[in-house]
Design a protein around this ligand. Structure first.
Ligand code: GAR
Length: 188
């Protein structure tokens, strides 16, 4: 049995999609969800999905070994950042080499880095008149959105697509490809 741990900061629609994708799979279990936002929608989702959701604050994350300790006890085969917006501390990255992945809602290296997340990315894509956008799944290193790329998938952007329409297309790619990428990395 493989264990995955998810990190999220927001709505958690990717968390829900991943949990539902693997819920009948005997080879993998979602060992828990960790969030840095006590009032994020992901917390409600975990409640109705019946998945443990642990909240931590900045001090616990960056100045203590609390989150590292939780992760060690959950013993994950893969740590998945699904809309998680804080930088991973070095000690966590060092403890789980090549075991932490992130999804980014654009074709990195474009539209990556601090401040580039969620709808900010789609607004910039629209503003710049891009004709395509997409998703990037990559390993996590100490810099935002810079770890080795695992996969990218593209979608077309039409001139009359709204920011919301772009976001929806990107979310569709995420829902289709993120669980598949996790399965592949876990060899299941
Ligand atoms: C997703 O689109 C994900 O790619 C993005 O946040 C969204 C979370 O949506 N991640 C980043 O921007 C990371 N830089 P969700 O909470 O509905 O899953």
């Amino acid at each position: 049995m493989k264990h995955i741990v998810l990190f999220a900061s927001g709505s958690g629609s990717n968390v829900e999609n991943i949990v539902r994708h693997f819920q009948d799979n005997r080879n993998v279990t979602v060992a828990g969800v960790l969030t840095n936002k006590r009032d994020a929608k992901v917390v409600d989702r975990c409640n109705y999905l019946n998945i443990s959701c642990l909240y931590f604050n900045k001090t616990a994350f960056y100045s203590t070994d609390c989150v590292l300790g939780i992760l060690k006890s959950l013993n994950p085969d893969l740590i998945v950042l699904a809309g998680f917006l804080w930088k991973m501390p070095k000690k966590i990255i060092d403890h789980f080499p090549m075991k932490i992945i992130n999804i980014h809602p654009a074709l990195l290296p474009k539209y990556g880095g601090k401040g580039m997340y969620g709808s900010h990315v789609h607004q910039a894509v629209k503003h710049n008149g891009e004709i395509e956008t997409g998703i990037t799944i990559h390993y996590v290193n100490e810099n935002y959105d810079e770890g080795a790329i695992i996969l990218q998938e593209k979608t077309k952007v039409h001139p009359n697509d709204s920011v919301d329409a772009i976001a929806e297309k990107v979310h569709e790619l995420e829902y289709e490809h993120f669980p598949k990428a996790i399965s592949k990395l876990l060899n299941i």
